[in-house]
Design a protein. Structure first.
Length: 281
């Protein structure tokens, strides 16, 4: 027979504390954030010293018994909860029955530079959390070693950004709150070439590939969804590159353009031996 939920009231102090993490100021104060759904919770449990607490419905605890076991193994407090409690904590319309509370895991920018990254995504003034999380996922998939969110970009721990990353938030170093000028300067001093992605760029991505100029360490700077990169940011780059539009589409959205650019660099770097293969374990 299934165990009865331990937390039956959304007014429980623990539930109230979890609910507050949907707001940025509380996340910043507590340095904790929400991770919802089996994929995010599984990744959090596998990331050292990250998962602090886990709320699960009885049904979800039975369906994802392996995740519950992993959470308990890393010392997270696990609570069986009613569906009302999960709905109260969750920021999604259709909760999946698992909500984890995780410690912040952003990486100091200096540590990223010290690791001599070969491929980096820099998000400059990216405001949409879904786009930020999706670009992070693209960077992870392309084999990038790091992502940098500038001080004008969305909160990394916004629940929509966490969901859109589909677990990639736990896979690679992410620095937050770095002024774009400092990000570019630091990466350039670390031997990284700076490419600004912009639809009005003077250089064509295909031409860059044909010239063989993309095999070295590279950081792509991606701008705001609506207005792209301002002139002062473009001026910081070694080249301003546009993704060619061969058909009749007016443009590409941010996440799609980022995926094209990052994979172009990853392929060029693999060809030149400058970056690890994304198929390596």
């Amino acid at each position: 027979m299934s165990a009865a939920p331990e937390l039956i009231s959304p007014r429980s102090p623990r539930v109230s504390a979890a609910r507050r993490l949907a707001k940025r100021n509380f996340r910043g104060k507590e340095r904790l954030f929400l991770a919802e759904g089996p994929q995010a919770v599984r990744e959090a449990a596998g990331h050292k010293d990250t998962l602090v607490e886990l709320f699960a419905t009885v049904e979800a605890a039975e369906r994802y018994a392996d995740i519950i076991g992993e959470a308990r193994a890393v010392g997270a407090r696990v609570h069986l909860a009613s569906e009302d409690v999960i709905a109260d904590i969750s920021t999604t319309v259709t909760p999946q029955g698992l909500v984890g509370i995780c410690r912040f895991l952003d990486t100091p920018f200096e540590e990223i530079l010290a690791a001599r990254p070969q491929l980096v995504a820099v998000l400059a003034n990216v405001r949409d959390p879904g786009n930020a999380g999706t670009v992070l996922r693209c960077a992870d998939a392309a084999g990038a070693e790091a992502v940098v969110l500038t001080d004008a970009s969305v909160d990394l721990y916004n629940p929509k950004a966490v969901r859109a990353s589909v677990g990639s938030l736990f896979h690679l170093p992410v620095a937050v709150g770095v002024p774009v000028e400092d990000a570019v300067d630091g990466l350039r001093q670390a031997g990284v070439r700076i490419l600004a992605a912009d639809g009005a760029g003077t250089d064509d991505l295909d031409d860059e590939l044909d010239r063989g100029t993309m095999g070295g360490p590279t950081a792509w700077v991606f701008g705001n969804e609506a207005w792209g990169l301002p002139e002062e940011t473009r001026a910081l780059a070694d080249a301003v590159v546009r993704v060619p539009i061969h058909g009749k589409a007016e443009s590409l959205n941010l996440a799609t353009a980022a995926a094209v650019c990052l994979y172009a660099s990853a392929r060029a770097q693999r060809a030149s031996g400058g970056c690890r293969s994304v198929t390596e374990s």
